[in-house]
Ligand binder design. Structure first.
Ligand SMILES: NC(=O)c1ccc[n+]([C@@H]2O[C@H](COP(=O)([O-])OP(=O)(O)OC[C@H]3O[C@@H](n4cnc5c(N)ncnc54)[C@H](O)[C@@H]3O)[C@@H](O)[C@H]2O)c1
Length: 319
């Protein structure tokens, strides 16, 4: 469980997308000491993700595109964690219009609702996807933005709207650019990212597919550390108006990841190597100095520990 600073106690907190993977963990952290409202249309979110907090929160099944309702809810809110989104590059290619609506217009609804409100801080969940083609490693926040999918474009636009509203209307926003997050409640659907898919395949004792030689790298961060970053972003005085990479700063190859999954699952598994997919990002590694210096953010969970916790939770579901 994360430590909660006094500023985040006895407050009215809105978590959009709070029934999703990341949002539900933020809800669990904050719900025992605050009045938490979760707004989620359950597009991908699940009520079961809110099992731990359900008796302490107010759940509103609603769409972030419902402008009037968003305005109504925001009126009495002190802090907003904005996670509601149409998530992922494959989904966005299938339906770029809906992706644009939810990610851009939904964020705009929230920002408009914040104008003249008592909101102390809006923490926007952004994505490292907005960097697109890597120009230098490790990727710092000044790295150029070359979004390569409709999803990445919509997240970038939403982030830019946040800062435009910060400049024009003084809305106290913070954007967190997450790299690859993993942990319990992760999506194991066809839209999931590699780490989710690997764990699920190992659970089902099925072979995994690795694109390329497995030497491509990712910066993988455990969910509890991401919750910690959100808490720091909400409370640190120097966070307002800032954008921060949220990652470990460590590059892990897919082969190393699979070896660790073998260790935590105790299952050898089979990996089939196939050619790279077009457009695949080869290396990703964040520069996390800014989050460290400004927010005091230090990820605490090693990949092996995080995978073990995730594996335990994933396999518990079947027992
Ligand atoms: N998981 C990652 O590795 C990662 C990486 C980078 C950025 N992010 C960002 O973090 C946030 C949370 O991602 P996640 O992995 O938890 O995904 P998720 O799909 O589990 O969560 C998104 C939530 O938003 C809800 N939602 C979708 N459309 C909505 C709408 N129109 N109105 C209200 N609610 C709606 C969904 O039902 C879901 O509960 C997203 O903004 C995503 O872009 C996630």
């Amino acid at each position: 469980m994360n430590d909660i600073p006094n500023e985040l106690k006895d407050k009215n907190i809105l978590v959009t997308g709070g029934a999703g993977f990341v949002g539900s963990h933020i809800v669990d952290s904050l719900s025992s000491q605050n009045n938490v409202i979760v707004m989620d249309n359950l597009f991908t979110g699940l009520l079961s993700n809110l099992e731990k907090s359900k008796d302490r929160i107010k759940f509103v099944k609603a769409d972030i595109l419902d402008k009037a309702l968003v305005k109504d809810i925001v009126e009495d809110v002190d802090y907003i964690f904005h996670l509601a989104a149409h998530v992922g590059y494959i989904r966005s290619i299938k339906d770029p219009y809906y992706d644009m609506e939810v990610n851009i217009k939904g964020t705009l609804n929230l920002l408009e609702a914040c104008r003249g409100s008592r909101v102390k801080r809006l923490i926007f969940s952004s994505s490292a996807a907005i960097y697109g083609d890597v120009k230098h490693l490790p990727i710092d926040e000044d790295h150029p933005l070359y979004p390569k999918s409709p999803y990445a474009v919509s997240k970038m636009a939403a982030e830019k709207y946040c800062f435009a509203f910060h400049k024009v209307h003084g809305i106290p926003v913070v954007a967190l650019r997450y790299f690859n997050i993993y942990g319990p409640r992760q999506d194991t659907s066809e839209y999931a990212n590699a780490i989710f898919i690997f764990l699920d395949k190992f659970r089902g004792k099925k072979p995994i597919t690795i694109y390329g030689d497995g030497e491509q790298t990712r910066d993988l961060i455990y969910i509890r550390d991401v919750v910690e970053a959100n808490i720091l972003a909400a409370t640190h005085p120097a966070a307002v108006g800032g954008v921060f990479n949220i990652a470990t700063g460590l590059a892990t190859t897919i082969n190393q990841l699979v070896d660790l999954i073998r260790q935590v699952s105790g299952y050898e598994g089979t990996a089939n190597y196939v050619p790279f997919r077009a457009g695949e990002i080869i290396h990703s590694q964040a520069n996390v100095e800014k989050a460290g210096k400004v927010l005091g953010f230090r990820p605490k969970t090693s990949l092996k520990d995080g995978l073990a916790l995730t594996w335990k939770e994933l396999t518990k579901r079947e027992k």
